[in-house]
Design a binder for this molecule. Structure first.
Ligand code: RUB
Length: 313
């Protein structure tokens, strides 16, 4: 477990960030862990895998794409663990790869669908927040399609993921402007923004999206200024437990990210994410198409019947 714990620090420290990257990395860790312990007796390996899964799952809250992947692999193994002829390590390898591939395919499809929303014939202005690899994927694809557009991005305090967004866009020769988070309304007031496009960490059965803190403020700005607000996200970020009332937990991060040497008596709150109600979202852009956030649960199970929690429904 020591090596696993060490590697999980990549997620905890945000060196691996963004829901899709976190899910992919987490699945790779499960796979590596299994390979390292493949010579253990099957039952012991299975029990250790459960422990490893819990550690990986808890590396960051608010990450259903990671949880769904881990559950997918473990559900498959549940049927096999009593069979001594089964090589658990091979199965973990196979199903981890399947999940990573599913995530990759979903992202590719979203790039295709999302880039269609950026017109060919006129100049387009887009505002985004934080760093979403799905959002930048759409923008890079639109650039490949020779579309003309400008992207405004927020710096995204306290960890400045907006710098990652800005750099990725600049590297692809996309016109980019960075603003401080509190200038998000100012941007919409002073530039003809055509679309606000953000990513997601989690989606609930009600169609609520959880994304980087500031996403709801941006939604309020969109509502005030009548700007379309879209969320680009693989359906794999749906939280299947939310239909039973379980609330998606919002990650609270350390105060040192905001003010390392703060006055002792000062309290600091550092929520990483916040909710955006379906009422503020024009549509989700997913691998299954563009549709209202309220349909997410139905579309999720149509797309991924294998991700139904075992023992439920
Ligand atoms: C990143 C963030 C991103 C989503 C979606 O937050 O909020 O918008 O995770 O990312 P953090 P992607 O930097 O704290 O992880 O589209 O890459 O899945």
């Amino acid at each position: 477990m020591k090596e696993l714990l060490h590697k999980l620090d990549e997620i905890k420290s945000l060196r691996v960030q963004g829901a899709t990257n976190v899910a992919k990395y987490g699945m790779e860790l499960l796979h590596d862990f299994t390979q390292r312990h493949q010579n253990l007796p099957a039952r012991k390996l299975f029990n250790d895998l459960i422990k490893a899964k819990e550690l990986i799952k808890n590396a960051r809250a608010t990450e259903p794409a990671l949880r769904n992947g881990l559950q997918f692999v473990l559900n498959k193994l549940n049927y096999l663990k009593e069979d001594p002829s089964v090589n658990i390590a091979d199965y973990v390898t196979e199903y981890s790869k399947i999940y990573i591939e599913t995530l990759r395919n979903a992202k590719e499809r979203i790039k295709e669908i999302g880039s269609e929303r950026i017109p060919t014939k006129r100049y387009f202005n887009i505002l985004t927040h934080c760093h979403s690899s799905v959002v930048t994927g759409i923008l890079l694809r639109a650039k490949e399609q020779q579309k003309n557009f400008h992207v405004f991005c927020t710096e995204t305090r306290p960890r400045f993921q907006g710098y990652i967004t800005a750099q990725e866009l600049l590297d692809a020769n996309i016109e980019t402007t960075l603003v401080v988070d509190s200038a998000m309304r100012w941007v919409v007031r002073n530039y003809p923004i055509d679309m606000i496009l953000i990513g997601a960490d989690a989606i609930t059965s009600e169609g609520t999206v959880l994304n980087k803190i500031g996403s709801r403020l941006l939604a309020l700005v969109a509502r005030e200024m009548h700007i379309p607000y879209y969320v680009a996200t693989p359906l794999l970020k749906y939280n299947p437990e939310s239909v039973f009332g379980t609330l998606e937990k919002i990650e609270m991060r350390d105060y040192t990210e905001i003010w390392e040497n703060k006055p002792k008596e000062l309290k600091i709150k550092n929520p990483a994410f916040e909710t955006v109600s379906r009422r503020y979202i024009d549509a989700l852009i997913t691998e299954a198409g563009i549709f209202p956030a309220t349909l997410v649960s139905r579309v999720f199970y149509e797309q991924y019947p294998d991700l139904k929690p075992v023992g439920q429904f």
